[in-house]
Design a binder for this molecule. Structure first.
Ligand code: ATP
Length: 427
């Protein structure tokens, strides 16, 4: 048994969100000062990459290309646990490539990667496909690489269909497009709960958010600076920028989850930040969903309770919802085709189903501001299109302002007409 395990680790590399989570958790435990009772030395990116791999054993051309694709030189000395979602994914992918396995299993490898890294990595995989066997686990049919020879469709834990990839792929894509069209034409949003406290801005004529000379800095590393951003009610924005450019930091200034909101000049929802308001006074205006939020939603209540927690901005449900709220939350689950899983513990659901539940949670109160940071990661084609259509419906309804971060160019939300590029604020 031991021999089999050892052989596997040499010949086999696996990249998935579960691996990403496990590594983050392992580093957190290793660095937990409460357990160690000493000041821990942070685990650097270099430790993660070359803990079990000898860098001198790598072909220089491969090493240089991977360094270049993922901008690794700038990351090597950084503590692993402070990396952005996309940077963490890049480290995992680089480690898998450096392992030089015979078999590489890549579960949604592109999720979270910026478009430049994605395109270059796809090229590298195409080159490596002559010497490595790849198994891609993908939700988007459009992402199936053309060197894949077999396509397997899974349904409810079973192989439902298997085919050789040739013209079939074009046929399947056409069918999916038809289904997407059907999905979009029949969608309606569950209504708002008029009895629950659904705050609107104190003064509708003022901007919802005004950030003046915004800056986020960690030690000597200035993530962005001189960022001026005014968001008016009903002005929907897309925020773009490469991995690590500060999109999440910026949005977390608004939600209050980044402590640097107190050293920035931020006016939002009628409050000047740092003038005695509580974080909950801010959060009541906001519906929020991000990769980090998903990974941090570790409470194991039912899917229905997760949706209901959106009314209270809590992680887990600690208040008694009204029968109207329960009925509306059930409607959201039905809309996501998850009504049969209402009582299923959240942690037992698939990653994609969890994602749908958390998106419903973010939208359930028809918030004043809906902040969605890469909401569609882990969703299959049909659910992705459905979610994008729902977000657009909510934006068009007229009481929600949308802030949207996304790396996939095809995931367009028609209502969004404004664009903030983090590249304009790079130092
Ligand atoms: N607590 C922290 N300490 C040090 N650096 C941090 C901390 N939090 C974030 N950073 C750094 O700030 C930079 C911006 O991170 P952020 O998560 O905002 O990037 P992003 O644009 O959202 O990236 P991605 O597209 O990968 O999600 C990253 O380089 C990250 O390493």
């Amino acid at each position: 048994m031991l021999r089999a395990t050892k052989k596997l680790t040499e010949d086999f590399a696996w990249v998935s969100v579960e691996q990403q989570l496990a590594l983050i958790e392992a580093v957190k435990i290793k660095e937990c000062a409460d357990i160690l009772d000493i000041i821990p030395v942070p685990t650097s990116v270099e430790d993660i990459l070359f803990g079990s791999i000898d860098p001198t054993a790598l072909a220089p051309s491969l090493r240089d290309e991977v360094y270049d694709i993922f901008s690794l030189s700038a990351l090597l000395a950084r503590p692993f646990r402070v990396l952005s979602t996309g940077e963490t994914r890049k480290v995992l992918l680089a480690k898998a490539i450096f392992q030089q396995p015979k078999l590489m299993i890549l579960d949604e490898p592109w999720d979270g990667l910026d478009s430049q890294a994605k395109a270059r990595l796809a090229n590298l995989f195409a080159q490596l496909s002559t010497s490595i066997t790849f198994v891609f686990v993908l939700n988007r049919l459009s992402e199936v690489p053309d060197y894949c020879q077999q396509l397997i469709l899974m349904d409810k834990g079973q192989i439902s269909w298997q085919t050789t990839v040739n013209d079939n792929l074009a046929l399947i894509l056409a069918q999916v497009k038809q289904l997407q069209h059907l999905q979009q034409t029949t969608l309606t949003l569950p209504s708002r709960d008029s009895d629950s406290f659904a705050p609107r801005p104190l003064d509708e004529t003022l901007p919802l958010v005004k950030l003046t000379n915004g800056k986020v800095q960690y030690g000597a590393h200035i993530v962005f600076q001189n960022l001026n951003w005014t968001i008016l009610p009903q002005q929907h924005w897309q925020v773009t920028g490469p991995n690590g450019s500060g999109k999440t930091c910026l949005l977390n200034l608004i939600t209050g989850d980044n402590p640097q909101c107190y050293v920035n000049d931020i006016f939002e929802f009628g409050f000047k930040r740092g003038s005695g308001e509580s974080i909950w006074q801010i959060k009541q205006y906001i519906g929020y969903m991000s990769n980090a939020f998903h990974l941090g939603y570790t409470v194991n209540c039912s899917a229905l309770h997760v949706v209901l927690s959106g009314y209270y901005d809590s992680v887990g449900l600690y208040q008694t919802p009204s029968s109207r709220q329960i009925a509306l939350a059930k409607q959201w689950l039905t809309l996501m085709a998850l009504e049969h899983q209402a009582q299923v513990p959240f942690q037992q659901m698939s990653f994609g189903d969890q994602r749908l539940v958390l998106i419903a949670r973010a939208m359930v109160k028809h918030p004043t501001m809906l902040i969605l940071d890469e909401p569609c990661n882990g969703l299959d084609d049909i659910n992705r299109l459905k979610v994008l259509a729902l977000i657009d419906l909510l934006a068009r309804e007229g009481s929600t302002t949308l802030l949207y971060v996304n790396h996939h160019q095809e995931d367009v939300i028609p209502s969004i007409k404004h664009h903030l590029s983090m590249l304009d604020y790079k130092v």
